[in-house]
Ligand binder design. Structure first.
Ligand SMILES: Nc1nc2c(c(=O)[nH]1)N[C@H]1C(S)=C(S)[C@@H](COP(=O)(O)OP(=O)(O)OC[C@H]3O[C@@H](n4cnc5c(=O)[nH]c(N)nc54)[C@H](O)[C@@H]3O)O[C@H]1N2
Ligand SMILES: Nc1nc2c(c(=O)[nH]1)N[C@H]1C(S)=C(S)[C@@H](COP(=O)(O)OP(=O)(O)OC[C@H]3O[C@@H](n4cnc5c(=O)[nH]c(N)nc54)[C@H](O)[C@@H]3O)O[C@H]1N2
Ligand code: SF4
Ligand SMILES: [Mo]
Length: 701
């Protein structure tokens, strides 16, 4: 009789890094529960963790390379697949130029140790400027703000929610997302704990969300107007008078400039545009200042805006001028065991911005990438440097980037495409060859990125639970083989060896960290609470924190023109503003094939306020057409007073109704893609980030 066995690992499905205790027998998962001994998550897990079993067992998951042929998809050997891809890359780069081969890296790359370690060398080997990723449909403004202010793109402050007295949340819904650029398992409980300690949590969102429900107070905001709100909050803060002698004052520059600038934005002038009463704006600013400790946190909803760059800059400014930056209970910086900021910073590799621009729309490069909103046009618009081939790794840009229908047209006319993906889905179906990788429980994992953003410094290794089949390959093996074929150089390092060598640079010398030590401590190792230490790692050339970078200040002209514009044609023709939403049991576009997660009622609906529904004589569940300037989709309405009047909400990641995919359950729960409505030309022109907040739409019955 075989006995049940126990395996400990970190869930890699979202950013929360929850510790799991998995009971299994042979190759069968028996149960997944929270690991109480995990020093970070202490037993917390969410329902999505259960889907790791479904993912492992999913019969739609690809296990061998497949090639598109006249007779449909045919299985081919790895050798044949690599030979053909190598040949195509070389042929296309020779015929056109290196930039004719583009890459897109999707979100699961950052949740995958192998892809993190071997993705960089692979991209480098291609010598192409046409590199894209989900970053520019997500957190790009955070990186740009950190680079301009602190001198390092990864020096991202995180709110110390376990010790703060006042948390101001804009454009984030951790109640559904479990947190982002803030690894804090059990985020919702931590929000409740702030209030139990006598503190306050204020939530600003055009929807009354899962997070709003557990906050002390919620304010509806008009989508896309947060930059004005932040300017007005600063106006009140400076009007009240700040303490200019703080632990950071000798390290700051630009204080008088920002003080002068925000004079132009009193709440009386901005409130009606923002949609929040001027007295309330004043109160938020004053309460923030009054609190012993306070922190402002803004995520997706404020990053993917027309002024996402300005928003992330001003959030940092608020935390700095109220003396809450780099302080317990404020915004803090981590010191993980493998510290990417330290390791790259010491070599002077702190990030880059705008070294070159995109060919078609003149948009800025960030860290070797171009904005993904321009990917389709870079494929469609003829000329030197036009993209002819795409290599897509763990990404589904047809559903996840603005104007997905246009991208489909662009993918259709490419000379060649490769997807490294576990499914035949809406994007990979355009590939000539799909290279399938292992996933989740089949992989060795260490979170290089999310330890860097975690509320507590810990270290944890997840071993392979189920050995892959002989014919399967890990992402790192696929990427390594491709790199070797392009460069002609062998690399025999394994992820394990690389990890071990990175621990040698760890600042936790006494902990003697190594792969072996982590193997001996399968629930993880605690390295302690976050400590203030910013002043030792400012990477700007003059070693000052710049709170008034010219880069952002210059963009205020664009903000003044756009946000104070009273005659807005778009608003007249398209009276509603559309926003997205996340659901606890969705994960972007790719987990709708899990039976456990798909239980329950249809989630792909349009939320509309009862007043708007009444005005338009729309009844609950009625099918309506939503139309933007780029496309239209049909969905059932869910009347809900969660919504601000004039604002509609549709979740992203659906739209599995495209022909020719092989994700059976997802196809049965197809929904429609919100990104068939979002506009690839309406972006934050400053940073190049996509703009999903407040797409103008109209409704037809
Ligand atoms: N309108 C709107 N659009 C959005 C958003 C929004 O809020 N609203 N959110 C944006 C955000 S924050 C993000 S991060 C992006 C996400 O954008 P993407 O990363 O492009 O999309 P995902 O849905 O995460 O798709 C991940 C792909 O990776 C595959 N995959 C999963 N695991 C593995 C693995 O281990 N290895 C390999 N090789 N493949 C794997 C899946 O099958 C899927 O095809 O979407 C963005 N798009
Ligand atoms: N269950 C689940 N968890 C996930 C994901 C998932 O798809 N499902 N995706 C993961 C990924 S890739 C990411 S990046 C994170 C994102 O995690 P979060 O940053 O928490 O993102 P969302 O949950 O989309 O929350 C964004 C909020 O912004 C609001 N919003 C929209 N427009 C505006 C605006 O103009 N102003 C303001 N103030 N608010 C606005 C929306 O109503 C929404 O409540 O979640 C991760 N976790
Ligand atoms: S919160 Fe995220 S990391 Fe934690 S169990 Fe859920 S999906 Fe996994
Ligand atoms: Mo994301």
């Amino acid at each position: 009789m075989l006995e049940n066995k126990i395996h400990y690992r970190t869930c890699n499905l979202c950013e929360a890094m929850c510790g799991l205790k998995i009971t299994y027998k042979e190759k069968k998962v028996i149960s997944i529960v929270g690991d109480k001994k995990d020093p970070l998550s202490k037993g917390y897990i969410c329902p999505k963790s259960q889907a790791l079993k479904d993912l492992y067992e999913d019969s739609d998951r690809l296990k061998t390379p497949i090639r598109r042929s006249e007779n449909g998809w045919e299985k081919i050997s790895w050798i044949e697949a690599f030979d053909e891809i190598e040949h195509q890359i070389k042929k296309i780069q020779e015929k056109y130029c290196n930039d004719a081969v583009a890459t897109y890296q999707g979100n699961p790359n950052v949740h995958n140790l192998g892809a993190m370690l071997y993705g960089g060398p692979f991209l480098k080997s291609l010598k192409t400027k046409q590199k894209y990723s989900a970053t520019s449909a997500d957190q790009l403004p955070h990186h740009v703000a950190s680079l301009k202010m602190f001198g390092h793109q990864m020096l991202i402050p995180i709110p110390d929610i376990e010790r703060t007295d006042y948390l101001l949340i804009l454009g984030a819904n951790p109640g559904a997302s479990n947190g982002s650029l803030l690894t804090a398992p059990g985020f919702s409980q931590k929000i409740k704990n702030i209030q139990k300690r006598g503190g306050e949590v204020i939530n600003i969102d055009p929807r009354y969300t899962e997070t709003s429900k557990i906050s002390s107070n919620h304010f509806f905001i008009n989508p896309g107007k947060d930059a004005l709100l932040l300017l007005s909050l600063l106006h009140v803060i400076f009007e009240q008078g700040i303490n200019e002698k703080t632990h950071l004052s000798n390290h700051l520059k630009g204080l008088s400039e920002i003080k002068e600038i925000v004079k132009k934005y009193p709440p009386q002038k901005t409130a009606s545009i923002i949609g929040i009463n001027g007295f309330e704006i004043q109160k938020i600013a004053k309460d923030f200042m009054k609190s012993e400790t306070a922190v402002c946190y803004g995520r997706m909803g404020v990053s993917t805006q027309e002024f996402g760059g300005i928003c992330q800059w001003l959030i940092n400014v608020i935390n700095i001028v109220t003396n809450n930056m780099d302080k317990v209970g404020g915004a803090m910086f981590t010191k993980p065991a493998i510290d990417l900021v330290f390791m790259t910073g010491m070599q002077g590799k702190v990030g880059n911005f705008d070294r070159y621009r995109s060919r078609v729309h003149d948009l800025p490069e960030y860290s070797g990438e171009l904005p993904v909103a321009t990917l389709a046009d870079e494929m469609l618009v003829k000329g030197e440097g036009q993209i002819k081939m795409l290599i897509c790794t763990a990404g589904n840009p047809v559903l996840s980037t603005p104007n997905g229908k246009k991208l489909e047209k662009a993918l259709e006319q490419l000379d060649y495409m490769v997807s490294i993906d576990i499914y035949l889905n809406e994007t990979s179906k355009y590939a000539n060859i799909i290279l399938p990788s292992t996933n989740g429980l089949e992989t060795l994992h260490y979170d290089l990125v999310f330890h860097q953003l975690a509320i507590r410094n810990t270290a944890k290794l997840s071993e392979v639970l189920f050995e892959k089949d002989d014919n399967q390959k890990h992402d790192w093996q696929i990427l390594n083989e491709l790199t070797e074929r392009i460069t002609g150089k062998k690399n025999s390092l394994t992820p394990e060896k690389m990890l071990d060598s990175m621990f040698q640079f760890s600042s936790y010398k006494d902990a003697n960290l190594s792969v072996k030590k982590l193997r001996d401590n399968p629930s993880g190792i605690d390295l302690g609470a976050l400590q203030p230490h910013l002043t030792k790692r400012i990477f700007t050339t003059d070693k000052k924190i710049n709170i008034s970078p010219k880069f952002f200040i210059d963009d205020l002209k664009r903000l003044d023109q756009e946000l104070f514009n009273v005659v807005d044609e778009d608003k007249i023709n398209f009276p509603f503003a559309l926003i997205g939403r996340r659901h606890l049991r969705n994960n972007n576009s790719w987990m709708h094939n899990s039976e456990l997660l798909m239980k329950g009622k249809n989630r792909c609906t349009v939320l509309m306020s009862s007043k708007d529904a009444k005005n338009l004589s729309i009844t609950n569940h009625q099918q309506i057409r939503i139309i933007s300037n780029v496309g239209s989709i049909e969905l059932p309405v869910e009347i809900s007073d969660e919504m601000k009047e004039g604002v509609l909400s549709i979740p992203h990641g659906f739209g599995h109704n495209r022909e020719g995919t092989k994700i059976k359950l997802a196809e049965e729960n197809a929904g429609e893609s919100i990104n068939d409505l979002t506009d690839d030309h309406k972006i934050d022109r400053l940073t190049g980030n996509a703009n999903f907040s407040g797409t103008r739409v109209k409704v037809r019955l």
